[in-house]
Design a protein around this ligand. Structure first.
Ligand code: GDP
Ligand code: IMO
Ligand code: MG
Length: 427
């Protein structure tokens, strides 16, 4: 039996999809526990590329049961579009299970997401516009709509009505928009009830039973540590808990059942949307990294902001998640640099700071203190054993391991499932 959590150790897009798919070959359940279709995970199998948003990346593995946990927010239009698309690509989605407690993203929350960004003006978050924030806000406000509400029409209509009383007030009075019609929203949700019904299950009960029976369960995060609502760069974060604790609350599994927590980190760093990013490269070097790494969003197509590896962020991720392992992805993208700077600490207003500053002003003022590591010229995409890497690439990984306070168990050298170097087995 093994329960393993996979989380993003930076600002997202670290390659969680690839790693979930890689480890997922040996697991029985893959449970997505947070976020929604703000995520964009790319999985490449035998040269074929799959882009997933709402479905767990584990759906591609024909042996595992993919699960959408209670911590996820679901846009039903997107869910069925993605299911249909996967089926068209030859992926069997019939094993998909959805927690009855997961919340639904109603269409009005996509409007609310955009209105909220508009009213923030130049302080905007740069959200994906998928209605994620307003839906988690409704959940906390206790006016959310859950999957199980689809099966009781009168309750559903009542809940949509109470939520819309607040939303319509904002839309009409603040923005001069037409009010959203209660029945139209309820009808559009109810049309999915029959398709959703056979997928619905008690996530906590089934996943715990699976663990009791000695099965392997992988918990797959969307987003990342630095986008966590509690531990990220608030308010420039998403509205869920992508850190390891979120896997427990987002699925109904207790922390004592977890065996491993794997953080995915790129060999450099990217960020999409607004917010502080100390190692960001605003010059040609950043543009080169973006081109070399193909750093354009899977969800919104936005160019990702790029910068050097930040070991302060990595140490923080190791601490907040209790990481047992790091998977370092995209080492191949760094081929060709003479020197590779790595951020070891920050300079905050003339003071050296070794750990993540606890206050936002210090983090906004943080300037990276770099250590220069020697680069390598050789193409490493064909390497499959650590010893096959050029010595400077090996030294780069070892130094990152030291600085990040966590062992680096796997190194990624390409997008394909096979392009991975295993140093320590993850399962
Ligand atoms: P996720 O959101 O964390 O799943 O990551 P994304 O899929 O949004 O972005 C990661 C991108 O890097 C995808 O295009 C992956 O195919 C690609 N990728 C993952 N690991 C590696 C690697 O080791 N090397 C290279 N070159 N690409 C990788
Ligand atoms: P994956 O799972 C990178 C960012 C958005 C924005 C902020 C809030 O592919 O790593 P939201 O729509 O969630 O309210 O936006 O979070 N963001 C991501 N950035 N990867 C993601 O997912 C992200 N999901 C949200 O760009 O800055
Ligand atoms: Mg992504």
């Amino acid at each position: 039996m093994s329960a393993i959590i996979v989380v993003g150790a930076q600002w997202g897009d670290e390659g969680k999809g690839k790693v979930t798919d890689l480890i997922g070959q040996d697991v029985d359940y893959v449970v997505k526990f947070n976020g929604g279709n703000n995520a964009g995970h790319t999985v490449v199998v035998d040269g074929k590329k799959y882009a997933l948003h709402l479905l767990p990346a584990g759906i591609i593995n024909p042996k595992a049961t993919p699960v959408i946990g209670n911590g996820v927010v679901i846009d039903l239009d997107v869910l069925f579009q993605e299911i249909d698309q996967m089926e068209a690509e030859g992926i069997d989605t019939s094993r998909l299970r959805i927690s009855s407690n997961a919340h639904i993203i109603p269409s009005y929350n996509k409007i609310m997401d955009k209105l909220s960004e508009r009213s923030l003006g130049d302080r905007l978050i740069g959200t994906t516009g998928r209605g994620i924030g307003p839906t988690y806000a409704d959940k906390m406000n206790r006016i959310g709509i859950r999957i199980q509400d689809l099966f009781d029409e009168s309750i559903l209509r009542q809940k949509v009505k109470s939520a819309l009383e607040q939303k319509n007030f904002t839309m009409e009075k603040e923005f001069g928009l037409e009010p959203v019609d209660v029945d139209q929203v309820a009808d559009s949700l109810l049309q999915y009830a029959d398709r959703v019904r056979p997928m619905v299950f008690d996530c906590s009960l089934e996943v715990n039973k699976a663990l009791d029976a000695g099965k392997n369960v992988l918990f797959e995060a969307g987003q990342a540590t630095m986008l966590d609502i509690d531990h990220g760069t608030y308010p420039f974060v998403t509205s869920s808990s992508p850190t390891a604790g979120g896997a427990c609350t987002g699925s109904g599994v207790g922390p004592t059942r977890i065996d491993r927590v794997v953080g995915i980190a790129k060999a450099y760093v990217t960020r999409v949307g607004e917010g502080p990013f100390p190692t960001e490269l605003l010059d040609q070097t950043g543009e080169d990294l973006r081109q070399a790494g193909g750093e354009f969003g899977v969800t919104t197509g936005r160019p990702r902001r790029c910068g050097w590896y930040d070991a302060v962020v990595a140490r923080y991720a190791a601490r907040v998640n209790g990481l047992t392992d790091i998977v370092l992805t995209k080492l191949d993208v760094l081929t060709g640099y003479k020197q590779i700077p790595v951020c070891v600490a920050y300079d905050v207003d003339g003071r050296r700071v070794d750990e993540m500053p606890a206050d936002q002003t210090s983090f906004h003022h943080a300037k990276p203190i770099y250590e220069e590591l020697p680069g390598w010229e050789e193409d490493i995409t064909g390497c499959r054993r650590f010893e096959e890497l050029p010595v400077n690439a090996q030294a780069y990984v070892r130094r990152l391991e030291e600085l990040s306070a966590c062992r680096i168990s796997v190194v990624g050298v390409g997008a394909g499932r096979e392009a991975s170097i295993e140093r320590t087995a993850l399962l």
